[in-house]
Design a binder for this molecule. Structure first.
Ligand SMILES: Nc1ncnc2c1ncn2[C@@H]1O[C@H](COP(=O)(O)OP(=O)(O)OP(=O)(O)O)[C@@H](O)[C@H]1O
Length: 298
């Protein structure tokens, strides 16, 4: 796999705030990444620096092997869709698509038109007259139809209803299968996107807390439910990251893979085991309860 983004010691400070703190990260070609973390974690700041919209205070950035700043050859291979995108007052939806067509070398006009129909966008309406969800749809269409080798979606769906979000996920996956590229999704709707993600990066307080393949992460924790007494027997010697008693029953979340023996014992005890969702996992991690635990943070 080719590395297309490499960050070394990337730091951004605002006065005393370290928005991004010595981040080392690599993004590879042809993968869908989730860039996740709580509000203010530093996700947008990292994306702004990779896309040359902001200088780092310290550190090195290489995108397609080069410095991205004022580098047209790099920048026209990047598409950055953000929730707060501004448009000129006179622009209509059609104008945005026409400008995008000039800017992105891989622009697929037929695909853009198909998406306009599917998202039910009025091409002639002025951007400033669009509803919040419609504005988000325009961003999504530009992000998908640009087919940029490196595409960032930073919380792209403010105001978008569930049907439109599902349309976005489906079209993204279909188009990615035909035209593989690197896509970075930054979102708080982790459960909705978790099945699409191949690699997960969790940022907290400006630092990378986790940088791991999604498949490996999915087996990292399990929730066990059943009789409190039996549960305690099974939990002996395990790293428990969350516990919730409920009368004579209990729920516990444990880190690490459960062995065959554990599973057999759980079945004998009548305990039920379920995998922990990515969202739950990240909530536990960024609650700082387990952020420093061995085996979770890198
Ligand atoms: N222009 C700025 N001036 C001062 N502080 C800033 C500025 N931009 C960002 N910050 C601070 O940097 C930190 C990281 O912000 P950033 O927008 O990167 O977080 P985020 O992970 O994208 O958050 P969210 O999920 O809420 O969008 C926050 O503490 C924020 O207050």
């Amino acid at each position: 796999m080719n590395t297309i983004v490499e960050l070394t010691g990337l730091t951004k400070t605002y006065g005393k705030t370290k928005a991004v703190d010595a981040v080392n990260l690599k993004l590879e070609e042809g993968k869908i990444y989730g860039l996740l973390g709580r509000n203010g974690a530093g996700k947008t700041t990292i994306m702004h620096m990779i896309t040359a919209q902001m200088f780092p205070t310290e550190g090195k950035i290489r995108v397609f092997g080069e410095e991205p700043y004022e580098n047209a050859g790099v920048l026209n291979r990047i598409c950055f869709i953000k929730e707060s995108q501004k448009y000129p007052d006179t622009f209509r939806v059609a104008d945005v698509l026409n400008v995008a067509k000039l800017f992105y070398p891989n622009w697929d006009a037929a695909f853009a038109n198909q998406l306009v129909e599917e998202f039910r966008l009025p091409l002639k309406r002025k951007m400033k007259k669009l509803s919040r969800g419609m504005l988000s749809s325009v961003g999504i269409i530009v992000g998908l139809a640009s087919r940029a080798p490196l595409t960032f979606f930073d919380e792209p769906y403010l105001g978008l209803d569930a049907v439109a979000r599902s349309l976005f996920y489906n079209r993204l996956l279909e188009d990615y299968a035909e035209h593989p590229r690197t896509i970075v999704l930054s979102t708080h709707l982790i459960d909705e996107v978790s099945q699409m993600l191949e690699h997960v990066i969790v940022v907290d307080k400006g630092r990378v807390l986790l940088d791991e393949e999604a498949d490996a992460l999915r087996g990292r924790a399990s929730t066990i439910v059943g009789s409190l007494q039996k549960l305690e027997l099974l939990l002996e010697g395990k790293e428990v990251i969350h516990r919730e008693p409920l009368g004579s029953l209990g729920t516990a979340t444990v880190l690490g893979e459960l062995s065959e023996r554990d599973r057999r014992r759980a079945a004998e005890f009548g305990l039920e085991i379920t995998p922990v969702s990515l969202q739950q996992m990240i909530v536990y991690m960024t609650n700082a309860k387990v952020g420093q635990e061995k085996g979770v943070s890198k």
